[in-house]
Design a protein around this ligand. Sequence first.
Ligand SMILES: Cc1cc2nc3c(=O)[nH]c(=O)nc-3n(C[C@H](O)[C@H](O)[C@H](O)COP(=O)(O)OP(=O)(O)OC[C@H]3O[C@@H](n4cnc5c(N)ncnc54)[C@H](O)[C@@H]3O)c2cc1C
Length: 488
Amino acid sequence: MKKEIIIIGSGFSSLAASCYLAKAGYNVTLLEKNNTIGGRARQLVKDGFTFDIGPTWYWMPDVFERFFNDFDKKPSDYYSLEKLNPAYSVYFGKNDYITIEDTLAKISEAFEKEEPGSSKKLNTFIEKAKSNYDIAIKDLVYNPGVSPLELVTIATIKKLDQFFSNIKRDVRKEFKNERLVKILEFPVLFLGAKPSDTPSFYSFMNYADFGLGTFHPKKGMYQVILALENLAKSLGVIIKTNAPIEKIIIENNEVKGVISNGKTINTNIVVSGADYHHTETLLDKTYRQYSESYWSKKTFAPSSLLFYVGFDKKIQNVNHHTLFFDVDFDVHAEAIYDTPKWPEEPLFYASFPSITDANSAPEGKEAGIFLIPLAPGLEDTEALREAYFEKIMTRFEALTSQNIKKHVIFKESFCINDFIKDYNSYKGNAYGMANTITQTAFLRPKLKSKKVKGLFFTGQLTVPGPGVPPSLISGKLVADLVTKHHSL
Ligand SMILES: Cc1cc2nc3c(=O)[nH]c(=O)nc-3n(C[C@H](O)[C@H](O)[C@H](O)COP(=O)(O)OP(=O)(O)OC[C@H]3O[C@@H](n4cnc5c(N)ncnc54)[C@H](O)[C@@H]3O)c2cc1C
């Protein structure tokens, strides 16, 4: 008889794991607490507007290709990708922005205009970043984080110094222009920590940015979730929504089943893609591996205040992805990481998918997504959300020279309390645990429980870390461990 596996959650990591495990021959059932699949990558459809609730940047297309290739498929079997040009623009002041285009040659020209001599330095910097990318993707991120020896390869030994320096230091050593510095420090924000706390090796994110580029799946990132659902179902995975797991049943240190909606489901293998901390609360205390004090000491990726806005006109002077870096990042970062509080003057990000995708807003209208990074665990009230909406709308109007407030048809917000309620997220973090030097690879929470036979974890709190591509990889890594320890 085939072995039964229950997978908790339906985010990228759970869906990816379900595909690998079904292909390996297990009977896989995926149980999601919400009424739709996708986890943090769900979709909001309202009054003819469509928004991705979570991820909007499709980076590292090679990781998606490798995933689908494992099933003899290609991304284009499920969705069509467009390379964005411009990739994004960054505002530094009123009508003052730098546009990042779609090739390194064009980006170099933009750099040269800003700081004469910088294009040569940029090319050297990106060459190094590419070499890191090749090592990371070939040798490192596909390791299960079981042993420190995974990090020791001929290639990584040569780069040892890069694990002890940081991105901030490296960028500032080469570039003096504050605007270029901010642009080069931006990609590592996806890893959840300050550039000063992110090892130099992670400059591979700069290669992902300038070398590989920014893509957009037609109709949005949610199409990738639908692709995974389609693939999973074709492999025999059963997907159930409105199916919260209330308890994982353990007897004599072995998984015996789960309780969902009050009913017991027998199984000897559980893979959880729900937030790690939450999953452990589904266990009796003796079976938890990490204490509350362990979690409280970790550097979590930021939470976010998000707005999904329908505008009754097209918005001017912006690109599909637009960053607003007109205020001091260090001050905002301090409010996220050092003394958690609502930032006085936040940096923010805006996305207008309807610039690329006519379908995501009615004709002549615009869909806008706004994101302010915040420290996890802050007080979250309607009044605060409203005050910050007003703050960024006012700045947006001044910086881009147009009125938008009176063109808002509707707005929906999503913040810390929603991350907790919708995803059981620890302190309402948006994208897991940061990749700092002490929270990398084998130093992250483990994929396989050390205390309970048959219990596995996947997703952005474990290896390799935050982001959609790492979540796909995490699903593969956990599936490999399950097949190794519970062969059919
Ligand atoms: C606002 C935002 C913007 C982002 N932007 C980007 C981006 O542009 N590019 C990028 O690559 N990445 C981005 N990310 C990160 C990326 O979205 C995540 O890393 C990834 O989606 C996480 O997938 P996951 O499977 O680890 O977790 P999740 O997507 O959180 O999935 C976990 C699932 O478990 C479910 N669950 C929880 N508890 C239970 C329970 N008890 N029973 C059943 N189900 C349960 C949850 O409902 C959820 O569906 C962003 C994230 C956010 C929040």
